[in-house]
Design a protein around this ligand. Structure first.
Ligand SMILES: Nc1nc2c(c(=O)[nH]1)N[C@H]1C(S)=C(S)[C@@H](COP(=O)(O)O)O[C@H]1N2
Ligand SMILES: [Mo]
Length: 154
């Protein structure tokens, strides 16, 4: 997994928006758009994609499932420490409870933008960390794998 690419990749790694969730017990939970859409849907407005190298876009209203709800669906209420969200092109980020469990403007897995379905080229399914301002480093397009790490994981 690599961090910042100053030239963000414009090309989806594959046409299929399905992804997998890996839980600390070693299980793999396949997820597709239909499964994600069975979770409660929330909309977060006033989101910007910020990058020093190539400007800012937005504001956007992103809509999708809370990452917290997806974690709960796959891992219940068992403890976890961090969650890695990695795309098919190797871009990724690590989140903790601060971004995931907040009541207002939590991290979400977006499948709509400005009230219409997001295209694959726009990042479907796209991680949105709504108030992150650090060069779009956490706005992971084309989520491919979500890895839940237990407390004490190295
Ligand atoms: N999968 C993936 N997501 C990514 C990137 C990338 O290269 N691959 N680049 C990031 C960076 S640096 C920026 S600025 C934004 C650009 O988002 P946009 O292509 O929607 O403008 O995507 C972010 N998410
Ligand atoms: Mo960027």
């Amino acid at each position: 997994m690599h961090g910042h690419r100053h030239d963000p990749n414009p090309d989806p790694p594959s046409p299929d928006p399905s992804f997998r969730v890996l839980t600390p017990d070693g299980r793999i939970h396949p997820m597709d758009l239909a499964a994600l859409q069975t979770l409660p849907s929330i909309a977060v407005d006033g989101c910007y994609i910020v990058s020093t190298g190539h400007g800012t876009s937005g504001p956007f209203t992103f809509q999708g499932a809370r990452l917290a709800d997806l974690i709960r669906r796959c891992w219940g209420h068992r403890p976890w420490a961090q969650v890695q969200v990695i795309s098919g092109d190797g871009f990724g980020t690590t989140l903790g409870h601060a971004e995931v469990d907040r009541e207002a403007r939590p991290a979400l897995l977006a499948y709509q933008v400005d009230g219409r379905p997001m295209t694959r080229a726009e990042g479907l399914v796209r991680l949105i960390v709504p108030d992150d301002r650090d060069d779009a480093l956490r706005q992971v397009k084309w989520v491919g794998q979500i890895r839940i790490l237990a407390p004490g994981h190295p």
